[in-house]
Design a protein around this ligand. Structure first.
Ligand code: AMP
Length: 114
């Protein structure tokens, strides 16, 4: 989508601090980190959010999760632990309408979230 910020990042039209890149996914550091480690993992394909995932994107959804686990390990977040967050929709706190998984780590996380 031409007006989507994360599509522009995936296309290399907007710069980012990339930490991972593959055929289907890209991961980069969040511009406003909420923890010492804060990385976003996104599909290159435009999917507006979790609600827009379709059954034929099961493999992509799995790849998003397992890649995030791999990145968290590479970032040294094991065995201390970390949190994955996917905000969905307005009440979910989603600002950018392109599916993204937050990897947060490097400090203890509070519960419940705000
Ligand atoms: P969400 O509220 O789940 O939609 O999260 C959007 C995230 O994108 C926020 O944590 C922002 O700080 C982050 N963000 C917005 N613009 C950029 C950017 N240009 N590069 C990296 N992260 C960004």
């Amino acid at each position: 989508m031409s007006d989507c910020l994360f599509c522009k990042i995936a296309a290399g039209e907007v710069s980012c601090t990339e930490v991972f890149s593959s055929e289907n996914l890209i991961a980069f550091r969040d511009i406003a980190p909420q923890a010492p480690t804060h990385i976003l993992v996104i599909p290159r394909m435009h999917i507006s959010g979790l609600s827009n995932l379709t059954n034929d994107q099961e493999n992509l959804a799995g790849e998003l999760l397992t890649t995030a686990v791999q990145i968290a390990a590479e970032e040294g977040l094991d065995p201390a632990g970390y949190r994955f967050v996917i905000n969905n929709g307005e009440d979910g706190g989603q600002i950018v309408a392109h599916l993204h998984l937050h990897i947060l780590g490097g400090r203890p996380m509070a519960w419940p979230p705000g």
